[in-house]
Design a protein around this ligand. Structure first.
Ligand code: FES
Length: 216
């Protein structure tokens, strides 16, 4: 976990983990009075909107880099989703929205972005390196295993270097066009960038020696 910056307001505490922010801009677009990187000094102003709205926008941060917490007991101001989902971002990471454990640790929110290109310095989390790597995958898999029924449960995520990213437990898979592709109970995803069956692992990682060469 990277360094966590805390912004304490009168009624809410906002946490920001810069290492996991990939600058999607959702917070700035949705609540510019609170999240404004152009302002001098602090970029988060937790007293500039009501707590419910701040909690809502933080809960939608797709990487989990932003979190709103209660000032009284530090509890996360968000609820777990009814059904877990994994969304493939075109030329980018996997967005996970779930109750989950990652390598036996419970992450601080219900959302994370996990690396697919293999170049992140914060593996298994995405740190935006796919942009410099010019990672390409449209997120529309031609073939997938036969889906099953929708069920509830926690995800158990295990990352291995150089691959794969093994995700056990129930989830809905959403493709790069936002189309639901079915419910699964575990799949192995490529996290090295080399698979010819993206987003799934096809074993190509076995040929990789050391970390992928980063573009300057
Ligand atoms: S992790 Fe990329 S092919 Fe297995």
């Amino acid at each position: 976990m990277g360094r966590i910056h805390q912004y304490r307001g009168e009624h809410v505490l906002v946490e920001f983990e810069a290492e996991r922010c990939i600058h999607t801009g959702d917070c700035v677009r949705n609540l510019p009075e609170v999240f404004n990187p152009r302002r001098k000094g602090r970029w988060i102003h937790p007293d500039a909107a009501d707590v419910r709205r701040i909690a809502e926008v933080c809960a939608q941060c797709p990487t989990g880099a932003l979190r709103a917490r209660s000032l009284d007991d530090g509890r996360l101001l968000d609820q777990p989703p009814g059904y877990n989902s994994i969304q493939i971002v075109p030329d980018g990471p996997l967005y996970i929205h779930a109750r989950m454990r990652i390598n036996d640790q419970v992450p601080p929110s219900y959302r994370v972005a996990l690396c697919r290109c293999g170049a992140s310095r914060a593996i298994p989390f995405c740190d935006g390196s796919h942009q410099q790597q010019m990672f390409e995958d449209n997120g529309r898999p031609a073939a997938l295993p036969t889906p099953g029924k929708a069920t509830r449960g926690e995800l158990d995520i295990r990352s291995h270097r150089p691959g794969p990213l093994r995700i056990s437990g129930p989830f809905l898979l959403i493709d790069g066009e936002g189309k639901a592709r079915g419910h699964y109970d575990g799949l192995s995803f490529c996290c090295c960038g080399s698979s010819r069956m993206k987003p799934l692992c096809d074993g190509s990682h076995a040929a990789i020696k050391g970390p992928p060469a980063r573009r300057p």
